[in-house]
Design a protein. Structure first.
Length: 287
């Protein structure tokens, strides 16, 4: 049986962020681990990619998240580091709704560990619209939490020399930004999107904090075999049998728990203790 411990009590870890993510991450790390954060000033994490597309993200979210953590280590000299990367778009299981897919990585260069947790959340205001005036957005703005959640305005199509305006949190600023873009764009149309940067998006900040608690609890849990911190859920085994025909389905049958340092692994029953799958998820009963 794994043990709960505080292997990082009284230590510091760098957090690579320029968007105030320490507001979400500091409390979980302190409460669960006794770990404090050091945020290096003027660290340009945008060089690894931006939501607005000025800088394309090179590599997978996992690769970028690890690069961010390494930037923090290089900037502070600390052997411990945290970083977060978010992606937004259709939910991987329910494509007709939007999802916030957050990833958080912890690096421990003293132990040679990299521990990553991911959270897929339906709690997001992610959205976008095109418009030629602010009046066209009257019904949409309350649904995305404006003005407590910021907006970005940019040309819908190519307009060289017309930069995006970010962090818009007032109706006057939104109106002037749309007018500027409409007046400078070939199609006289502005593209308005939610600003998904954490410091301008309270809904995303709450999801990041939820993920930080999950990662901190994992770091406080040791492997039953080698006592290395970071024991936790690493994947799933599909094949939950159909309740009608007993054939395997695509639903999760077991949750896989594993160690980041040794080969120890355990297949555990689903957290909800479900033993069979509804027939609508069965390829035999519902082809």
């Amino acid at each position: 049986m794994e043990q709960t411990l505080k292997p990082y009590h009284g230590r510091q870890a760098s957090l690579a962020t320029r968007h105030a993510k320490e507001r979400a991450i500091a409390l979980p790390m302190r409460f669960e681990l006794g770990l404090e954060l050091a945020v290096p000033p003027d660290l340009d994490t945008d060089a690894l990619g931006t939501f607005c597309g000025e800088v394309a993200r090179q590599g997978t979210p996992a690769q970028v998240c690890l690069r961010k953590a390494r930037l923090g280590i290089a900037a502070t000299g600390l052997p411990l580091a945290l970083a977060n990367e978010g992606s937004f778009g259709p939910h991987p299981n329910v494509p007709f709704i939007a999802a916030d897919i957050e990833m958080m990585t912890f690096v421990d260069d003293e132990r040679g560990l990299v521990v990553t947790e991911t959270l897929v959340s339906e709690s997001t205001n992610y959205g976008h619209r095109e418009a030629r005036s602010v009046d066209e957005l009257t019904a949409w703005l309350p649904s995305i939490g404006f003005p407590s959640h910021a907006l970005i305005v940019r040309p819908k199509s190519g307009a060289p020399g017309v930069p995006a305006e970010k962090g818009i949190v007032s109706i006057d600023h939104l109106k002037s930004a749309i007018e500027r873009v409409v007046g400078s764009s070939p199609d006289a149309t502005a593209w308005i999107e939610t600003d998904m940067r954490a410091h301008h998006n309270p809904t995303r900040m709450a999801v990041i904090q939820q993920l930080a608690f999950r990662l901190a609890r994992r770091l406080a849990t040791s492997c039953p075999a080698c006592v290395t911190p970071g024991w936790g859920r690493t994947g799933v085994v599909e094949g939950l049998p159909c309740e009608l025909c007993d054939e395997p389905t695509g639903m999760t049958r077991f949750e896989v728990f594993g160690c980041v340092a040794c080969a120890h692994r355990e297949d555990r029953p689903r957290g909800d203790h479900r033993q069979t799958a509804p027939p609508q998820y069965c390829p035999e009963c519902n082809p």
